[in-house]
Design a protein around this ligand. Structure first.
Ligand code: R1P
Ligand code: URA
Length: 313
């Protein structure tokens, strides 16, 4: 750690940057596209308006903890693209620390990859869920002396459903459908777009997504069936989107609402047991990235800041 940090409850450095994602007010736009990996973030960032067009350099900050923030304009509107890594706790760092660094409405679209639990979404398709829930490994099930013996028989806990923002989700579904339509018509190996179902967030890529691993004691042989029984319209399973919806619902300050939507490209077909090919990703990712930015700039935002160039130059 290079900087001195104040406030153990919500740590910031001497220049007021939040502790893990390392941004301060003015670095992040009200409209954020978040992805898991840096390569995806940088590819999508190529779609931003250039410095010649805006008169300002594109802001880029990589934190010591691996979060990447890129802020510029898309079609004249300030947007940030943020790569956060994997899992619910990374989503938690990202949402809380971004919220603390932006005034007014925060509109967040997540563009991730996922597994599919339905034959309607083969590898190469895109899922736009209406909401999602979380599946957590119950550590007490595996403990010799469980702290809650009455829950010991339950190896995985399910949460209830957290809704995405309806309007934003509709806008996103439309832009993704429009973006993929020509490729699908030309017979490219991408699509279809599946809307209206649920996403499941596992706390692991492995056990809590029902993957079988003979090396570990997981007690998850029934898990995929349990998913289908509890939430029959589950389309996708991954690790961040439901947490995003959950945190948006828990935002308490009425002057700082968080609106969220998500879409995922299907990488793992868990029904047919196949994986997406790199050439499919090469077609899909720029199209969906573009569609996400198009959706993001259509969202209604109150008290939007024009951050581009204001602080970082
Ligand atoms: C696992 O391979 C990762 O891929 C998915 C999951 O949610 C998890 O983060 O999303 P990203 O491709 O956005 O990282
Ligand atoms: N990401 C996940 O979390 N799960 C998958 O099966 C594929 C991508």
């Amino acid at each position: 750690m290079k900087e001195s940090i104040s406030n153990a409850n919500f740590p910031r450095d001497a220049e007021d940057r939040v502790y893990h994602i390392s941004v301060k007010t003015g670095d992040v736009a009200n409209r954020v596209l978040t992805v898991g990996d840096h390569v995806r973030a940088r590819r999508i960032a190529k779609l931003l308006d250039t410095e010649e067009e805006t008169g300002h350099p594109i802001f880029e900050k990589q934190s010591q903890r691996g979060f990447l923030t890129i802020t510029g304009r898309y079609k004249g509107v300030p947007v940030s693209i943020m790569a956060i890594g994997m899992g619910n706790c990374m989503m938690d760092f990202f949402v809380r620390e971004t919220r603390a660094s932006v005034d007014g409405t925060l509109a967040i679209i997540r563009f991730g990859s996922c597994g599919s639990l339905t034959t309607s979404a083969p590898a190469g398709s895109v899922v736009v869920p209406r909401g999602g829930y979380c599946i957590r490994r119950n550590l007490d099930h595996f403990a010799e002396e469980p702290i809650y013996p009455q829950l010991k028989d339950i190896p995985y806990f399910f949460s209830g459903i957290f809704k995405a923002d309806d309007d934003m989700t509709q806008i996103l579904a439309q832009t993704v459908e429009n973006a993929l339509a020509p490729a699908i018509e030309q017979g490219e190996p991408v699509g279809p777009v599946l809307t209206g179902g649920l996403n499941a967030d596992g706390c692991s890529f492995y056990s809590s997504q029902g993957r079988q691993d003979p090396v570990f004691w997981d007690d998850n042989e029934e898990l995929v069936q349990e998913i289908h029984t509890k939430f029959p319209d589950t389309h996708s399973i991954e690790m961040e989107t439901s947490m995003l919806f959950h945190l948006a619902q828990c935002a308490r300050d009425p002057t700082k609402p968080i609106k969220t939507a998500g879409c995922m490209q299907v990488f793992a077909d868990r029904v047919g047991n196949s994986f997406i090919r790199p050439e499919q990703v090469d077609i899909l990712e720029p199209l969906v990235g573009n569609a996400c930015l198009d959706a993001l700039i259509k969202v209604n935002i109150e008290n939007e800041m024009d951050v581009v160039g204001t602080v970082w130059e």
